[in-house]
Design a protein around this ligand. Structure first.
Ligand SMILES: [Zn+2]
Length: 491
């Protein structure tokens, strides 16, 4: 008995030692950045005015099939860019692709090097009908007030397009000539499927370009505090994005008079299927970009969290359960299930002849549209419920390598223009979708990031009411692009 107790004590001592050593070794505070700040002079008033003006062109993508885009507005925006960035338009070749998208080519001095592709989109979502009166300033007014530029596109995504071109104009003004060829690829229908981004990619591949050293699109941002338990500022750089699949569940009934019903009508049977799906969500898995993110963040966390995150071999399930409490972090760990549409029945005294529901899934890397469909059929466990995919769908994108030189260039550029002590720059999983997904199979240096601070409040404004960007934040993005052009060129 004594021997057993001694052995147990020895085992406990070893486990505790491993936990403590792992914690010290893996998350010993944040190491200070060695990147020196770089001053980048910007024509601040001019840059702010140019983005404000860009907002005034109503380049709206309406819901698919309802209304075509206003090509006059898009062409007027093209002209605004031409007048705003004279050096860019003198030095770079600009082409129109897919009707209303823009492709700029800045030919490098060494065309054997892998190129760089900087993306953004010219279109914006419509203003939600009925909310016009809630805007502090008109959504297409391009008003500058209270330290912000207000209007549609100031966060999503004219901000990226204008900041990238400001960076290029600034670099040209300073006499910069890239070694790598740089492409600016600005689509015009990201908000309705992004077919123009695919056309831009196809055009570049047709020209035989090498896998880019960096593809950068919208997605993450600088988040001041409050990212899953950290206190400092975190820059989230999207390394992958989730897949998208909508499954329609349908049940056929026999119809007839409601006075003599079967035990389950078509609606009841459908409801059972939905209940089962919600009762059995997809498993939580802490791997890929979500794991990489937690590994970079743990250094700034309280000891208990650092201990848990440094010993995932033991605490992995506990950490995952903890993260799953909030929908935003749960979405990084699992394929999500959202029942979004339901339809069935016509009259109170008539048995329904059919009932349908649409369930939207956002698929985490590691699963596929096929594996999700398989899982859904197994959980529903009722062959009377038909399951079929409807509408737009895509598998999760391949995960980019955050240890590569493209990521390093993004991180260095950010630290040069945003030298905040304790800033953590980390890859993460984008739970929505961007045009960048098209490039993930060509370049493992495909990332999603805008170098501007975004609070949680800002994120609700992006497709909502009172979209706006802080003037200081926008100028960080401008400086970031100017540095990025140089840093990625030197990689
Ligand atoms: Zn966007």
């Amino acid at each position: 008995m004594k021997k057993v107790l001694l052995a147990l004590l020895a085992l406990i001592t070893v486990v505790v030692a491993v936990l403590v050593i792992n914690t010290a070794r893996l998350s010993a505070g944040g190491t200070a950045s060695t990147v020196a700040p770089v001053a980048v002079s910007v024509d601040s008033a001019g840059a702010i005015a140019r983005l404000a003006s860009a907002v005034r062109f109503e380049t709206v993508s309406f819901e698919e099939g309802t209304r075509p885009p206003d090509s006059t507005a898009f062409r007027a925006l093209h002209e605004h860019l031409r007048l705003s960035f004279p050096r860019v338009h003198q030095r770079l070749v600009r082409e129109t692709v897919a009707g209303l998208s823009l492709l700029y080519t800045w030919r490098g001095t060494d065309t054997t090097l892998a190129p760089v592709v900087l993306m953004g989109h010219l279109d914006v979502v419509p203003v939600i009908p009925g909310t016009e009166g809630q805007w502090t300033h008109p959504p297409y007014g391009g008003v500058i007030a209270d330290g912000y530029i207000w209007g549609r596109g100031t966060l999503d995504d004219k901000v990226s397009v204008l900041a990238a071109l400001e960076g290029a104009e600034g670099a040209l003004r300073a006499g910069f000539q890239p070694k790598r060829t740089v492409y600016f690829a600005f689509g015009h229908d990201e908000e309705v499927g992004g077919s123009s981004a695919r056309a831009l990619k196809a055009e570049l591949l047709k020209r035989g370009i090498k896998p880019p050293a960096l593809v950068l699109d919208e997605g993450g941002a600088i988040m001041p505090g409050a990212v899953v338990g950290t206190r400092g500022t975190v820059a989230l750089v999207g390394a992958s994005e989730k897949g998208f699949l909508s499954l329609q569940l349908s049940v056929q009934g026999t119809g007839g008079h409601s006075s003599t019903p079967p035990a389950h009508t078509a609606i009841g049977r459908l409801a059972t299927a939905i209940t089962r799906l919600e009762a059995e969500p997809f498993p939580l898995v802490l791997d890929g970009p979500a794991l990489a993110m937690m590994e970079r963040l743990r250094g700034g966390m309280p000891y208990a969290q650092r201990l848990a995150l440094s010993n995932l071999w033991l605490f992995g399930p506990v950490v995952a359960q903890g993260m799953a409490k909030k929908p935003a972090s749960a979405a990084m760990l699992r394929t999500t299930t959202a029942v979004t549409i339901i339809d069935g029945g016509v009259k109170a005294n008539v048995l329904p002849i059919d009932a349908k529901a649409t369930v939207n899934f956002r698929i985490r890397p590691g699963e596929t549209m096929a594996s999700v469909t398989e899982y859904v059929k197994r959980v529903i466990a009722d062959t009377g419920v038909r399951v079929e995919a409807v509408g737009f769908r895509t598998d999760p994108s391949p995960v980019s390598d955050a240890k590569g030189t493209g990521f390093a260039a993004v991180e260095k550029s950010l630290r040069e223009v945003f030298p905040e002590p304790g800033l953590v720059v980390t890859p993460y999983l984008v739970t929505g979708g961007t045009d960048a997904r098209n490039w993930s199979d060509v370049s493992n240096q495909t990332f999603r990031f805008l170098a501007a601070p975004m609070t949680a409040d800002a994120l609700t404004r992006a497709h909502g009411t009172n979209e706006r960007v802080g003037l200081g934040g926008y100028l960080i993005a401008v400086r970031f692009y100017e540095r990025l052009l140089r840093n990625v060129d030197a990689m």
